[in-house]
Design a protein around this ligand. Structure first.
Ligand code: NDP
Length: 333
């Protein structure tokens, strides 16, 4: 299958181009950038045959079967809608859209058109997170009581653009990182957060958008969830803890794009290191997407997963802005 890249982005450059090319028979045919010069440079650097500035030109190429959308967040909706209308399968970056209604529409229209539509939530593809989810599912932790997510990082200088100063492009740590944490918790527990409370603010990087947020969520089962996301913490490290009546699991340095970290189970028998596979997260995401296009199974995170992670993030932002508990609205999905 030949791919078109919509967006000459960092994430495509650092992870997704390689992950697409790791799939047997998958190649990248063209890249679309709003700048002819940047697009041409990007295409040359990544050995992509064509670059263009016109979305319709990319989408009208019948050789292209799928597109990967990794532009800034406000562009995902119109670009995905155009790609779906053109009959392309779509892997879209998170957050799917700026509003819940737009994200729901993307999913509904993709379903009507019969194309595969997926969200690039990479964390649920990590061996570490798969191992934690298996521990929960196996019952070794007993009844799950609480989850704590530590996802306060220091945004690298080369990413300190629209994320920290452009609300209209979808900047802020909530659309950037809270969506991933929402997806990971949903993936672990197989249920959707019900209500959230939150506090957000700027702690040195955000200009007109929040760069730090803490929130607490209730889950239908009664599990309590606490999360911390930030752009401004150089030494905090990341992790996730799941505490159950029979054991606790501590996964450290795992809220990351690379197959790294440690997972430890602590229970009545002592401390146990948990082994996990160290495959590339994005290559697994692309592999499942390719299988879904071939009619086998579903993408690791589909459109509904993208809607739900966005729904939680929007609720966290509303809770932080209003100071009230917010019931998460999943737009009927
Ligand atoms: P970038 O800032 O690298 O790219 C976004 C857009 O910015 C590009 O489409 C490009 O526009 C424009 N751009 C890129 N470089 C420059 C430049 N030097 N000068 C001016 N404009 C430039 O964003 P990211 O790659 O960090 O993020 C893109 C999307 O991917 C976001 O939606 C983000 O949330 C998501 N993301 C997801 C991750 C994941 O693991 N799932 C990780 C990181 C990001 P044009 O295409 O028009 O040239």
């Amino acid at each position: 299958m030949q791919w078109g890249l919509i967006g000459a982005s960092t994430i495509a450059s650092e992870h997704v181009i390689g992950a697409i090319r790791a799939q047997p028979g998958h190649t990248i045919r063209s890249v679309m950038s709003s700048s002819a010069t940047r697009g041409a440079d990007y295409a040359a650097k990544h050995e992509i045959p064509e670059s263009m500035t016109d979305l319709d030109a990319l989408l009208s190429d019948p050789a292209i079967g799928a597109v990967y959308i990794s532009t800034t967040n406000e562009k995902h909706f119109p670009q995905a809608m155009a790609a779906i209308a053109a009959g392309k399968h779509v892997l879209c970056e998170k957050p799917l859209a700026m509003t819940l209604a737009d994200a729901v529409e993307m999913v509904r229209v993709a379903e009507e058109k019969g194309v595969v539509f997926a969200t690039n939530h990479h964390l649920r593809n990590a061996g570490s997170h798969l191992a934690v989810r298996d521990l929960i599912a196996s019952g070794r932790l007993g009844r799950i009581l609480s989850v704590r997510v530590f996802h306060a990082v220091h945004l690298p200088a080369h990413l300190q653009g629209w994320r920290i100063n452009d609300a209209s492009a979808g900047g802020g740590v909530i659309p950037d990182i809270t969506v991933h944490d929402a997806d990971t918790v949903r993936f672990y527990l197989g249920e959707d957060p019900e209500t959230v409370v939150a506090r957000a603010g700027a702690s040195g990087m955000g200009e007109g958008v929040e760069d730090s947020v803490m929130s607490a969520w209730t889950m239908p089962s009664g599990v309590m969830v606490q999360t911390h996301e930030s752009f401004t913490h150089p030494f905090a490290g990341t992790g996730i803890e799941v505490h159950g009546s029979e054991g606790s699991v501590f996964a450290r340095n795992v809220m990351t794009q690379r197959p790294v970290g440690e997972v430890e189970l602590i229970n009545g028998d002592g401390r146990h290191a948990v082994a996990f596979p160290e495959h590339d997260l994005y290559a697994r995401s692309l592999s499942l997407f390719a299988d879904a296009v071939a009619g086998n199974g579903r993408p690791s995170a589909d459109g509904v997963d993208g809607v739900k992670s966005l729904a939680v993030a929007l609720a966290v932002r509303e809770a932080a802005q209003t100071g009230r508990a917010v019931t998460v609205d999943y737009g009927g999905l």
